[in-house]
Design a protein around this ligand. Structure first.
Ligand code: SAT
Ligand code: MN
Length: 586
């Protein structure tokens, strides 16, 4: 008798008609064999073997360089179940429409069976997925990003408890590109893209969209959050999770080399993109990183912004859409130093300065997490780490102060639900437009966001010590357009302020939006920042916030009656506090 997995593989092969089915074991030998094949067919480009061992460059189709949110659908019987922020198709209609695109799609190609675990191998919180794909690049990427192969197959056994994900490159035509989620069946279908979150189905599709749906039913949380540990001078480590939209610095924050290392503050990395958090029996919120690697944005990464990752990228790394130097090393804008001559751009053309950036703005590295020297000794702890702070944030050139603390859990959920950020190159579409991105989950929540807010509200009271909730903005600009805050390793000063708040120290001023640090409550040793810049960073402008509050009201209106009443209450309280404060200022 065949197992549920075997039956599904067989059934899929009948539809997609591959020339061969390859069951992946995740071994070194298999990885080397695939690399050789990809070097032969041009999927991989060899890098300098001496300086970038077992590392490769991949160039994706120029029409396929970022997630495509407009082609991403949640397929549930009722449209109302996906809410106003998701694209919807009815499951039957979606299958009818997209099944023909899979018909014989793998003719002349391999179909790889890729079993994988999201989460530490032995964690009770981990889950199994299986991706069927015709892309060897996806197989090699999944091997870095998850616990892939034999370990997963052994854990699965003959069980039907896995998330099936069917992926085909199709013909890479955006008109025939669909990323479909069927949360009621735990099923994923993706066709027409070989890039990132569209194609590595364990990441956004499973670990966020499908998992968020599961998490609501099962009483846990699947969040778009990095996880870090902040070590204090006594050696105690406090764990924090932070949600920022894609390409807003989660990776750099999680891997930061602390500017306060001499004072005994150090940052340890658990994860850089996704957190699965459970209410543990001791009443703490416990987080695991479901991933095993980092799929990070390359441009802007250098020895100063992220020395830990720079050290990690010299082996076992796949680079996607970066530029190539004459000595066959990867290169991108903001890597540091002058632009070398003889560069080949991400499209494979000689870089001449007229053809835009040499590396695509959303070019990436895919690297095993264990290779970063910042990796926490507890990064694959099966029980996860207890979370003491949750941090929301985004890119706001104006308005949001460097940091503020919410009053309590309910207010914190309001702060997360009303987050906004300027868009980046991580998704197709305009860049730099401010959009509301609740909990950084706008493109990743697998159900109605109003219900997601209700789920958040319900979690807090179930925790013995709910984490404190903060909001940060590293991206505030002065009147001359320059960033006010140096960011990167200096962000540890903000984390330290949070730690002090958790432990009952550090002063704050109450403002209409929350508690903002007093300038004196920051440890500023060794940082050259003017008192005026610090004042501006911490300033809350009630008049500007009145406008923000109106925009929040319009955003909330989208959800109609489904929006939890608590959030309306919080919004009203904010509006009242702002009104009082505008009157006082006048
Ligand atoms: O979704 S991707 O995995 O392509 C990257 C991101 O947007 O975080
Ligand atoms: Mn992300």
């Amino acid at each position: 008798m065949s197992t549920p997995l075997e039956s599904w593989v067989e059934e899929t092969a009948k539809l997609t008609k591959p020339s061969k089915i390859v069951w992946c074991d995740g071994s070194e030998a298999e990885n080397e064999r695939l690399a050789e094949e990809m070097l032969r067919d041009g999927t991989y480009i060899e890098l300098n073997r001496r300086t970038y061992q077992s590392s490769y460059l991949h160039r994706s189709n120029p029409n396929d360089v970022a997630r495509t949110e407009n082609l991403t659908f949640i397929c549930t019987p009722e449209k109302a179940d996906v809410g106003p922020t998701n694209n919807w198709m009815a499951p039957d209609e979606a299958k009818e429409k997209v099944r023909p695109l899979f018909d014989a799609a793998m003719k002349g190609r391999m179909m790889y069976v890729v079993p994988y675990i999201m989460g530490p191998e032995k964690s009770p919180y981990s889950k199994i997925g299986v991706e069927l794909t015709d892309s060897a690049y996806v197989v090699a990427s999944m091997r870095i990003m998850s616990r892939m192969g034999k370990v997963a197959l052994e854990r699965l056994g003959s069980s039907s408890q896995f998330v099936p994900g069917l992926h085909s490159l199709g013909d890479l035509d955006p008109d025939r590109r669909f990323i479909l989620h069927f949360p009621e069946e735990n099923l994923i279908w993706s066709v027409g893209s070989g890039y990132g979150g569209n194609a590595l189905l364990g990441k956004k599709c499973f670990a966020l969209r499908i998992a968020s749906f599961m998490a609501r039913k099962q009483g846990w949380m699947a969040e778009h959050m990095l996880i870090l540990g902040l070590e204090d001078p006594s050696g105690k480590v406090t764990y924090m999770a932070a949600a920022f939209p894609s390409a807003c610095g989660k990776t750099n924050l999680a891997m930061m080399v602390s500017a306060l290392e001499e004072q005994g503050y150090r940052v340890w990395t658990i994860g850089d993109d996704i957190a699965w958090m459970h209410i543990a029996s001791d009443g703490t919120l416990r987080a695991i990183n479901p991933e095993a690697g980092f799929f990070g944005v390359a441009p802007g990464t250098n020895e100063k912004t992220n020395p830990n990752i720079m050290g990690a990228l010299h082996r076992n790394t796949i680079f996607t859409n970066v530029a190539l130097t004459a000595s066959r090393e990867p290169w991108w804008e903001g890597i540091g130093g002058p632009t070398p001559s003889g560069l080949v751009n991400w499209r494979g053309e000689i870089h001449n300065g007229n053809s835009g950036a040499a590396a695509h703005p959303n070019s990436r590295y895919t690297v095993p997490a264990s290779q970063s020297s910042s990796i926490s000794p507890r990064w694959d702890d099966p029980e996860g780490v207890p979370i003491s702070a949750l941090i929301f944030g985004g890119r706001r050139a104006h308005l949001a102060p460097l940091v503020f603390e919410s009053r309590d859990w309910q207010h914190g959920v309001f702060v997360g639900a009303t987050m906004a950020s300027e868009t980046t190159a991580a998704a197709t579409g305009a860049v730099g437009v401010t959009r509301r991105d609740p909990m950084a989950m706008l493109p990743f929540c697998g159900y109605n966001m109003a219900d997601y807010f209700a789920h958040w509200l319900a979690i807090g009271p179930k925790l013995k010590h709910p984490p404190k909730i903060f909001h940060v903005n590293w991206f505030r600009r002065a009147a001359d357009g320059k960033f006010l805050w140096p960011g990167y390793g200096e962000n540890v000063r903000v984390l330290k302020w949070m730690l002090d708040r958790i432990e009952g120290g550090a002063d704050a001023n109450e403002t209409p939006i929350g508690n903002v640090p007093t300038p004196g409550s920051f440890l500023l040793d060794g940082l050259n920042i003017s008192p005026a810049a610090l004042d501006e960073l911490l300033r809350v402008d009630p008049t500007a916030w009145v406008e923000e509050s109106k925009a929040i009201g319009r955003f909330f209106d989208k959800f109609g009656d489904r929006l939890p009443a608590e959030l309306r209450t919080e919004h009203k309280a904010l509006a009242d506090r702002l009104e009082r404060s505008v009157v006082t200022v006048k």
